[in-house]
Structures are given as structure tokens and as C-alpha cells.
Design a protein around this ligand. Structure first.
Ligand code: HCB
Length: 230
């Protein structure tokens, strides 16, 4: 069936399927059609593409999908995001600056889709985001936060083996004397609120939209902690 004649719920399921199939051209073409039809980019991400990625993860866990397929799915996701990202960024440019965030995936971990999504949505909501990429050591997060006078560091980890490197970011901030100035939020599929508390992070967000809400809350906390100038 041609994508342009699909009903909206079918469009979301076609988006989901394009990720499962690892089909970047279909994924980006559906994203283009969604924008042309006035669909909110966030809705396309939430109802179409992200459920596709979740399916892929489940199939991989059951041994029904292999690494090359998962890589093709990631490529399809990136392809859709390259179309949706400019539309979301445009929204951010129309808002007052909400705060500065340094973002990255922990050392030893190359998963980037969730982090990119978090960065895009923060940008769409007026945050200035510096994305350090993947496989980032704690010291690098701390150095960039110092350079940019950042308000928040967002650390992503997708592997149970790299989660502990989120703690290394907090340790690096403490060692560089920045911990009291920089809030730390953590996320990634295996990360939980309990883990965030255990390592002394300031917050945990299960998805990109709640990362925006959390970042706003952390900015509020920072402002309340600032001494009054009379
Ligand atoms: Co990867 N992988 N992978 N993988 N991968 C996972 C993560 C498994 C869970 C799959 C499984 O077994 N079910 C598994 C991890 C098991 C574990 O440790 N518990 C796994 C494995 C094992 C591996 C390899 C080790 C496989 C291998 O080589 N044998 C290898 C690791 C390489 C490495 O990092 N050193 C590997 C490689 C890959 C790729 C390269 C094929 C590809 C990544 C491509 C890329 O990112 N460029 C990949 C993918 C795509 C996945 C799955 C399928 C999807 C991840 C994803 O993009 N999810 C994933 C399965 C899964 O997670 N269910 C699988 C979609 C995004 C939107 O969700 O959770 O990342 P998210 O982010 C959310 C949320 O967590 C939150 O907001 C985001 C947006 O809503 N959030 C934050 C994230 N970061 C935040 C930071 C904040 O501050 C705040 C909120």
C-alpha cells in the first residue's frame, strides 16, 4: 500500500514497521509525509518510531533478530530523525533560553538514539544542548560542563555493564569541584529511579519528554538555591 493513502493510525504502524524492517528510505519518507500532513513530530516519534525500536529490542532479546538487523533499524531511526529534528529545533528557537545541558552516552557504550532524542526535545524546549556523543568518559563530561558553565549534565547508558559509568560522571564532577553547580540526570533502558538515587544523581527520566520536565525542575531547583541579590 502506498504510504500517502494510509489513515493516521496506519501511518504510525507503518513508521513502526519501517524501523523493524530497517528501511531508512521508508522511515524518512513517512516522516516527510507526516510533516506535510501537519502531524506533530513528537507524535510521530512517540507513536511510530520509538515503539518500532522497542519491538526490535524485544526481538533481539528473544534471539529472533541479530546485530546487523538491529544496526539497520538504528539507521532507519536516524533517517527518520534527520527529517523530524529540524522541525523540533525550530520550536526551540522560538523560546527563551531555558538552560545549558551537556549530554552524552557513558564510556564503553555506543547507543545514541535515546540520547539524540533527549537532545532534540530539550532543544525544542529552549535548552542549549551540547552533545558529546558516545563512549564519553566522566572527565570529559566535567571538562565540557566547566567550559560551557553548564547547568545540567544528561548521561545515557543502555548496557547494564556501562550503567556504573554514570556514577563515574558524578565522581568526576566532585573531583573537579563542580558538583554543587551542575545537576546530573540519568537515563537509558536499564536505568531506574532507584539506581539514580543509589549513585547520587539529581534525577532520572524514563523518556525524552520526561527528561524535558526533569530538566525544567532541576533549573527551578538551581534558581531557588541561588542567593538573593538585594
Ligand atoms: Co544494543 N543492546 N547492543 N545496539 N540495543 C540493547 C540496549 C539491549 C537491551 C538488547 C537486548 O538484549 N534486549 C542489550 C543490552 C542488554 C543489557 O546490557 N541489559 C544490547 C546489547 C547487548 C548490545 C551489544 C552488546 C550487542 C553486541 O555487540 N553483542 C552492543 C553494545 C555495543 C556497545 O555499546 N559497546 C549493541 C549494539 C547496538 C547497535 C549498535 C546495533 C544499536 C545502537 C545504534 C545506535 O544507537 N547508533 C543497538 C540498539 C539500537 C539497541 C536497542 C534495540 C534499541 C536502543 C534504542 O535506541 N532504543 C536496545 C533494546 C532496548 O533498549 N530495548 C538494544 C530507543 C530509545 C528511544 O530508547 O532507552 O535509548 P532509549 O532512550 C530513551 C530513555 O531511556 C531516555 O529517553 C530516551 C528517549 O525516550 N533516556 C534518557 C536515554 N538517555 C537518557 C539520558 C537522560 O539524561 C535522560 C533520559
Amino acid at each position: 500500500m502506498e504510504p500517502e493513502i494510509l489513515m493516521s493510525t496506519d501511518v504510525f504502524s507503518a513508521m513502526r514497521q519501517s524501523i523493524i524492517d530497517g528501511a531508512p528510505d521508508t522511515a524518512s519518507s513517512l516522516a516527510q509525509q507526516a510533516i506535510a500532513a501537519g502531524t506533530a513530530p513528537l507524535e510521530a516519534i512517540d507513536k511510530g518510531y520509538v515503539p518500532g525500536m522497542q519491538d526490535v529490542g524485544e526481538q533481539f532479546a528473544r534471539g529472533q533478530m541479530f546485530l546487523p538487523d538491529m544496526m539497520a533499524s538504528a539507521e532507519a531511526m536516524r533517517s527518520a530523525m534527520s527529517i523530524l529534528d529540524p522541525a523540533l529545533r525550530k520550536l526551540g528557537a522560538e523560546r527563551p533560553m531555558a538552560g545549558t545541558v551537556v549530554l552524552g552516552t557513558t564510556k564503553g557504550d555506543i547507543h545514541e538514539i535515546g540520547k539524540i532524542l533527549v537532545g532534540t526535545l530539550l532543544t525544542a524546549h529552549g535548552f542549549l544542548v551540547h552533545d558529546l556523543g558516545v563512549d564519553v568518559a566522566g572527565e570529559k563530561f566535567a571538562a565540557k560542563a566547566r567550559e560551557l558553565n553548564a547547568d545540567i549534565i544528561g548521561v545515557s547508558a543502555l548496557l547494564t555493564t556501562t550503567m556504573r559509568n554514570q556514577k563515574a560522571v558524578i565522581d568526576a564532577l566532585e573531583q573537579s569541584g563542580l558538583r554543587s553547580q551542575v545537576k546530573v540526570m540519568v537515563g537509558g533502558a536499564p536505568v531506574t529511579r532507584r539506581w539514580a538515587d543509589e549513585i547520587g544523581a539529581d534525577g532520572y527520566a524514563p523518556n525524552a519528554m520526561s527528561a524535558v520536565a526533569l530538566a525544567r525542575e532541576l533549573m527551578q531547583q538551581k534558581q531557588e538555591a541561588m542567593p538573593l541579590h538585594i
